[in-house]
Design a protein around this ligand. Sequence first.
Ligand code: PBG
Length: 344
Amino acid sequence: LPPADAAAGSALPASGLGLVHRPRRNRKTDWARRLVRESTLTVDDLIWPVFVIDGERRREPVASMPGVERLSVDEVVRAAVRAAELGIPVLSLFPYTEASLRDPHGSEALRDTNLVCRACRAIKAEVPELGLLTDVALDPYTSHGHDGLMDGHRIVNDPSVRVLVEQALVQARAGADIIAPSDMMDGRVGAIRAGLDAEGFEDVQIMSYAAKYASAFYGPFRDAIGTSAALIGDKKTYQMDPCNGAEALREVELDLREGADMVMVKPGLPYLDIVQRVKAHFGVPTFAYQVSGEYAMIRAAADNGWLDGDRAMVESLVAFKRAGADGIMTYFAPQVAEKLSGRR
Ligand code: PBG
């Protein structure tokens, strides 16, 4: 840096402070601010999560996520068309499974007639150029609401992984482009990679939820997919302890060694330090999931008139880019894409 400011600490000269450094110069106009801008948010950064429900021409609001709806497969296809028009690269699918279809084994996850598989096939038929991401975990399909299989009160790892591999294969056969294991069982990425390769799906990508925390911010999501009432206990024996950071790096390292193409940190804003460390440490494609509770907080405050919703939305998403994320899974995807394209 050039020498310290000459007049620092002295009485004010008539002409001013005699400052050498005036950081405000670079902020004086819109063009100057744009010129020095370090991070930008574009539509290419977005993954849009949508909730799928049975039926036709059906759109059902999610009470705890104002502005988000569960969509029947035909409506999901319309959402996919909209995503493609807006330039959103990827849609991710989460099913609301009827209670009658849930059992302790999550059997519905392995049926190619399940909502996610039907939605994949319908979207691929209409909008083949859109990327499709599917979540691998049993919780939308189990009567106990856990991501894996239970033996008494334990969530058993290795038997769960065997089922998750089958779930991934069912999704790949239905046309999923990116398999996203969100279950946090040990060794599932390697097992899924091997399973996909053995069936000729070596081009199907894996985005692992590598550092997924046992978080209170998933509340509205569990409401959206109808598992909040069902969940027995909590997910602390497989999702990470919110107090840990170094452990996230070990989780990411394992998933990368097992063949993950991209990694995800989840939730988002409360774990921005983890996003930054993962990107800095490994330099791999790193994504953040701005989860349901984060969305709900911003929407609730905006709907109450307590903050400017559009600005808070963009600011929260730019924060991920500043931290080093390559992209963000966010329920704001269509809104922010419209805003970035100047349509709203
Ligand atoms: C399921 C899954 C969860 C989310 C995505 N996949 C919930 C959970 O682990 O209980 C949460 C997403 C959100 O809150 O938006 N394995």
